[in-house]
Design a protein around this ligand. Sequence first.
Ligand code: SAM
Length: 201
Amino acid sequence: MMIAIDGTLVSKGKGGVYGERMIGEYRVWDPYRSKLAALWYLDHSTDLPGDSVVLYLGAANGTTVSHVADYAEAVYAVEFAPRPMQDLLMVAKSRKNIVPIYGDATQPQRYAPLLEPVDLVYQDVAQPNQAAIAIRHLPFLREGGEVILMLKTRSVDIRKSPEEVFADTCRELEDAGLSVVKSVWLLPYHADHAAIVCKRV
Ligand code: SAM
């Protein structure tokens, strides 16, 4: 279960990752800085069970990764830009359950040998081919596992409306054998973003 203190989402772990506020030994998880925290504030049902293994695509400098790692058993965190990767390495150094992977999420075969089967594929890559990237990682997802795709509609096609991009993306995911169980627009925390939660059936 995600932990909230007086309605504020937190995770229990070593602080000082990005100047986050602490409430005792808990780190405040800011919905304006993390789409996963935003999703929790909007639906209050998103969860990260303690025994879950997570494949995180688009780790950036490890802000959200660090909170996910406070909850999950292990986080495989993929990032392809050198600068945020340096920060991610520092975050991984201070925790035992983050495996940082300097790799391109469009080429999962390159880092496949480093992975184990996962319970959740979490993706936040802001690229034109977001659905295709998620689909390429389905072989690593356990049966019954989930995909949470943070869709940035403007990155896919600015000529189409956000709703159209969203509908196209859901169709692509379902054609690949996923079942869309929930979708949430992330306003007021993140403009142009929808969280699409899918299950592998
Ligand atoms: N998830 C992060 C967080 O909550 O702290 C923010 C992620 S940021 C919006 C998107 C990240 O995805 C960027 O750091 C970018 O370099 C990375 N990215 C984009 N395309 C990628 C790809 N093909 N492979 C790996 N990383 C990618």
